[in-house]
Ligand binder design. Structure first.
Ligand code: SAH
Length: 263
């Protein structure tokens, strides 16, 4: 019986942000193939001493799947360790299809994505009552084109929270799209470089007008999450609309209202 290949989300960088399940699998792994460019190598510290560990940064997709298939013939537990969540810009299906074709079982363990880690690092919230209740995880077109209807200008028209991956070198395109969608020059923006990486994280706050200059001044040109959201800076707002769930006038399954609601 060949072993199983687990696609494990390592989280955004801090080794403590891997899930308990992901860590447990690493502890049992006979072989680990990790995504070198972004996964902190410390994440591999959970694997046993005799585990075969390989950085995939110089491998093609075909070499990676061959490696995983060969290791699954020898080990019960093989881990493909990916940054953040494996289902976001992770080439997941390109890797699982050859495994299925080779008769190898596989499973995915989700991870904390860098959008969540970036907002956590900055003490920001992705959603706020009556401000936005929607989060869009996207990117701008680089070598990978955007499918029809998904250009950033159209998505930005919703004025929801935008978490923009893989686009820090294309920040000018992000600015153009937000402007075209009617975002104000003083709309707050956030860029977090290496969110959650111990000692390496950089948090850059700015506006649509100045975020690019601020990133240049901070020498942030890679491994960064761009966030544009009407929620940014809410920690300092005096007139926050309270969440209905905790409102004394709002009944729910676990609590009866103590006041009548007015809306
Ligand atoms: N699967 C990953 C995303 C991989 S694509 C996830 O769920 O987070 C790589 C992009 O993710 C980078 O270009 C950057 O935009 C973002 N990214 C990954 N790790 C990051 C981190 N620690 N801090 C900020 N951005 C990060």
């Amino acid at each position: 019986m060949p072993g199983k290949v687990w696609f494990v989300g390592a989280g955004p960088g801090d080794p403590e942000l891997i899930t308990v399940k992901g860590r447990r699998l690493l502890e049992k792994a006979g072989a680990v193939l990790f995504a070198g460019s972004l996964v902190d190598q410390a994440a591999t510290r959970f694997s046993p001493a005799d585990c075969e560990i390989r950085d995939s940064k110089d491998m093609t997709l075909a070499e990676m799947t061959t490696w995983l298939i060969e290791r699954a013939d020898r080990h019960a537990v093989v881990v493909r360790l990916q940054t953040g969540d494996p289902g976001l810009y992770g080439a997941l299906i390109e890797m699982t299809q050859p495994l299925t074709a080779a008769g190898i079982a596989w499973e995915v363990v989700p991870g904390v994505s860098s959008a969540m880690a970036a907002m956590a690092a900055a003490g920001e919230t992705l959603t706020l009552p009556e401000v936005t209740q929607t989060v869009i995880l996207t990117r701008v077109a680089g070598r990978t084109p955007m499918p029809p209807g998904e250009d950033l200008e159209s998505l930005a028209a919703h004025k929801a929270t935008l978490c923009i991956y893989l686009s820090i070198t294309l920040l000018h395109k992000v600015q153009e799209a937000l402007r075209a969608a009617g975002w104000a020059e003083d709309a707050p923006m956030l860029v977090v470089h290496k969110a959650s990486w111990p000692g390496q994280e950089k948090i850059i706050r700015g506006t649509l007008a100045d975020i690019k200059q601020k990133c240049q001044a901070a020498k942030v040109g890679s491994q960064a999450m761009i966030v544009a959201s009407p929620t940014l800076g809410a920690a300092d707002w005096p007139d926050l609309v309270r969440s209905k769930l905790y409102d004394p006038a709002f009944s729910h399954r676990f609590r009866k209202a103590t006041e009548t609601t007015h809306d």
